[in-house]
Design a protein around this ligand. Sequence first.
Ligand SMILES: [Zn+2]
Length: 741
Amino acid sequence: MTEKPYSTIWIRRGTWAIADQGLFALANVLFNVLLARWLAPAEYGAFAVAYSAFLFIGAFHAALLIEPMLVFGPGRYASRLARYLSVLIRGNYVLMIPGSLLLIATGIGAWFFGSPPLACALFGLAAASPFTLFMWFTKRASYIRQQTHFAAAQSAIYLFLVLPGLFALKVFHVVSVFSAILVMGLAGAVAGQWLVRRLRTATADSEEVLAQHDVLIAHWKYGRWALVTGLLTWVPFNLYFVVLSTWANFEASATLKATTNLVLPLLQANAASSALLLPLLVTRAVNRTEFRRLVGRALAVFVAVGMLYALTIGLFGRPLIHLLYGGKYRATAAMIWLLALIPIIDGLAVVFASTLRSLEQPKQVFRAQLFAAVCVLALGVAATGAWGVTGAMGAIVLAGSLAATLLAVSVSKQLAEPAQLIEPKAKAMISNDERQNYCDLCAEEGALYGNKKGYDLLSCRRCGLFWTDPLQYHQPQTTVEETYPSETIYLSNSLPQKKRFRGQLKTFLRASGFEDVKSLRVLEVGSGLGFFLDACEEMGIAAEGCDIVERAVQYANRERTRVRLGTLDDYYGDESFDAIFAFNLIEHLPHPKAFLTEARRILKPGGSLVLETPIQESLFHWLARAGHTLSQGRLNFFGMKPGGHIYKFSKKTFRKENGFTNVYQRNIESPFGEIWGNSSTLSVNHKFLYRVSLPIAWAVARITKQENRLFLLLRKLVEPQTVVSSEIASGVTRGLLTQCQ
Ligand SMILES: [Zn+2]
């Protein structure tokens, strides 16, 4: 054998590997087809659901046992392989004790919730799965020993045990979902045991010690990440069997399973071919031109095969289903054509994922899968509820397409010529004296969070404050009057606005403990058209305001003078107000610290500063962060820009020493219309994504109390403190004018 050239050996091993996968796929497909023919649709549907549950447990098994073995077997334990495999065989059964118990518990639950067929299927799998997974494990073990001919023989043994077993059940009239699964487990046990004996006899271990707990730790450390990926890949294909059985019935799950059986052989073949493609790609990765050519060829082959398969399914799928299942299952044309897309999508995904893995970028594969799974999850469940099997099929196709697209983007970036390093635009365009690279509140140097078009996002490690650098654009700005929303829009919204303000006033009175409402003196900074002042007056509170928009001041003063054109400055005497309100203002101010200092000066001892401002501890911010990370900085849904929302505060920011103590805080939502309108500044692609996710996120945020703004009541600390009256930038309330999130 050693005299033969390497390529001959490789081809021989490859041929055996293909034979192995072919025989194994054949056994699985025949098993499924016979079961679908012989069992009632409800029973086969129960099998489909239970099998999904089994694959879920199989994901744990693969991640903790098989995948680490493929790395450590030829590597660190190569000289002690026989003992290593013995440890893993014990591990297989130890791991399957909780797995089987879980299946039994689920089965008992199914029994009591009135689904005996599902219970039977789960009980059967509880007994069979340790042996089935044992066979999968031994098969991969023979691959690391490169004894693929043993694996092929094992698949043949399995095939010739399962088929006669099923026919025997048929002859003796004992076909049931339970007995069929037992046959599967028994065949797995025999085939697995056969292969283990072959593997054991052919090994000579060194004398080195092999500690069981070392193996355990190594497998856990490697496998915990594979575990996440494994569970994620389970979702897009398997979840819908479970969803269909709960939203529709087992017959629907059975139809989905019976239909998707048609593409299983190709999916399995693709998986097997990728195992051969990967090492080939790895060896070519050094030469980019050659590598690109190889990726192109692989794509051509996989897509051509996929299209051929798709065409066959599209044209003959329905008669084929009729023939295979004896007329028991019927697929609509829509289902068939959706199904036909799966082989093409899978071919693309397999090539792209292998390419990224060969470039040692498994993280990008993980990201694409995560993003696709999360995006399609809610939509898929809803579609399944609305359109049943067709909806589920659509969801599978959508998740696959999204993942393949994301993978394609990653690949094209990897394959592009190394781009010249471009200086962040913000740094190039803006002179140093316009920059704000330290935290306005604690003077700590800001950490770079991301580069945007023309500005940076910085964050403070000490207080968590987030801001744009620079704070303002130097370019001539549109005037205040031009950007101010027309009065008609504001006025049309006056009733809900006033209702909102009344609620906030009541919250303020409760939290601050002010009892004598008549004696209160209140100032609103950025009072706009005066709706809050109206609400105060209705409740008998003396309130005045200030704003820098002349038209707004005129409107607010139409009946009598109560608003001053200007900002928070020396006009107001020391300790002259009981409370200062500023709604959606502070995030627009270039220097919030100066505002806090000035507010503190004007407030009476023990007086309150009431703020409303977008907050980081919210679902929106969390989603924006996730989008920013996953898109590698391309998605910017933070709603911040120089001259607009300059700052985003954290709850942590307000806990820092600032002359105030935090009395009350609660997340509150933005009016939906306001954040919907906010998307008009986004680019077309981003706007679409934003508008698709916004309604769901807004509703979820309300239910989970993770709304995007903070309503906050700060009380002026009574201890005397030297307060430096700092100069306030001329446009303290300028921010009010731009749109508010
Ligand atoms: Zn800070």
